[in-house]
Design a protein around this ligand. Structure first.
Ligand SMILES: [Zn+2]
Length: 402
């Protein structure tokens, strides 16, 4: 019988917004899995992907086989519910991300738009699926998510340099859509002048958002003072700073950009993205497409946060759950102090697990003791209870569907 628990080797990506060398949590975790390779200090390490996504798949450490092929041969490991809905696959894609420069300002199309875009241009939009995602902070995590409250945006756009971007009439979501289409389409010189003019205004005039002039300065240094994303993010979106363990949920069609931090991210299995800033102009998608895909949820900072709750999968109360309001996945987080233990009850679907801190052991039925160390990644098939123990402390994230 095929092993239900297998250790994996995962792929990394080296986007230029990633943290460099061993500064990057991605590089640290990735390099600790046997067979992965050494950290190159001159290289940026932006993302580590876990799972079966074809462009960056994970492999079984013991045999070198692709996890996706292993599951096709052993469909019983994903369990009936997931098999019926998604086939012998993992319907989600967990990643570790490390960045000290803004990631492209982006939205991920919903199911309907994703299917239409894939039909028109399957090379660019490789998936018919939507891509709601969650992000859990491993360190201090700064990001832009969702829209500021309408009344705050309305007040802000009464400032002299901004008035010209607002169409006349009542200020509602439709006005915001017009502004959202306008700001990404103004010429680079207008972006630069607007930023300069805003920075000449005292911070106190920015109402609840006195950080805006300073933030524009910081963003301009990353992608030049001509990047339209600077205006969209700083003026229209919620700017959040999260601490370790805090989390956000980004629904399909919702605008977001991550600014700095190390995170565990998980999304429905898709790689579709519409970019509109914090990237070279040639990498940006059409403003019309962006305007069409936009949704105006959430409309405040609170609405973007995903609460962390106790999970009933943990028998000893050491496990929390992040459960976004979608069916593709949830994430468990088990944090143990020295000498503590936890048991995950059997889960009826596939899961992917990474040790982000510490070391310990994991016992599975049949009395096998599996060593756990920082950076170790596992696939766990359905129906297996896991007993965790540690002498020194241990943190484990586990994404699953059932
Ligand atoms: Zn995203």
């Amino acid at each position: 019988m095929a092993d239900a628990v297998v250790q994996l080797r995962c792929g990394v990506k080296n986007d230029d917004w990633g943290k460099k060398g061993k500064e990057s949590v991605v590089a640290q975790l990735w390099s600790k899995t046997p067979g992965s390779g050494q950290i190159d200090e001159s290289q940026t390490y932006s993302e580590m992907w876990m799972g079966t996504y074809p462009s960056n798949p994970s492999y079984l450490l013991s045999t070198g086989e692709q996890l996706g092929d292993y599951l096709k041969k052993n469909p019983q490991l994903v369990g009936k519910s997931v098999l019926d809905r998604f086939g012998p696959e993992i319907p989600f894609l967990p990643k570790i991300l490390s960045f000290n420069k803004a990631l492209p300002l982006q939205i991920h199309p919903d199911l309907t738009l994703a299917a239409a875009l894939h039909g028109e241009d399957p090379k660019k939009y490789g998936d018919t699926n939507h891509k709601p995602e969650i992000a859990i902070a491993l360190s201090k995590f700064e990001l832009f998510a969702g829209w500021k409250p309408l009344k705050d945006i309305q007040t802000l756009f009464k400032l002299n340099p901004l008035e010209k971007f607002v169409p006349p009439g009542e200020f509602n979501d439709e006005t915001l859509r017009q502004v959202c289409i306008k700001l990404p389409s103004v010429p680079p010189s207008t972006v630069a002048t607007t930023i300069k003019e805003l920075q000449a205004i005292p911070e106190a005039h920015f109402g609840p958002d006195p950080y805006i002039p300073g933030l524009l300065d910081r963003l301009s240094k990353q992608y030049t003072e001509c990047d339209n994303g600077n205006l969209v993010a700083a003026l229209l979106m919620n700017y959040l700073t999260l601490g370790p363990g805090d989390s956000v949920f980004v629904p399909a069609d919702s605008m977001h950009a991550y600014l700095e931090g190390d995170i565990v991210e998980c999304m429905a299995r898709s790689d579709n993205v519409i970019n509109t800033g914090f990237c070279p102009a040639t990498d940006r998608d059409s403003v019309e497409l962006f305007g069409k895909a936009l949704s105006f949820i959430p409309h405040d900072a609170q609405g973007a946060l995903l609460p962390r709750k106790k999970s009933d999968k943990g028998m000893y109360g050491k496990t929390d759950v992040y459960a976004p309001p979608i069916s593709e996945f949830v994430i468990l987080c088990t944090c143990l102090g020295a000498g503590e233990k936890e048991t995950h009850k059997a889960i009826l679907g596939p899961s992917l697990m990474i040790v982000t801190k510490g070391c310990g052991t994991m016992k599975i039925p049949g009395n096998q003791n599996i060593e756990l160390k920082e950076g170790y990644v596992f696939f766990v098939g359905q129906g297996v209870a896991l007993d965790f123990g540690t002498d020194k402390g241990l943190a484990v994230y586990r994404a699953y569907a059932e």
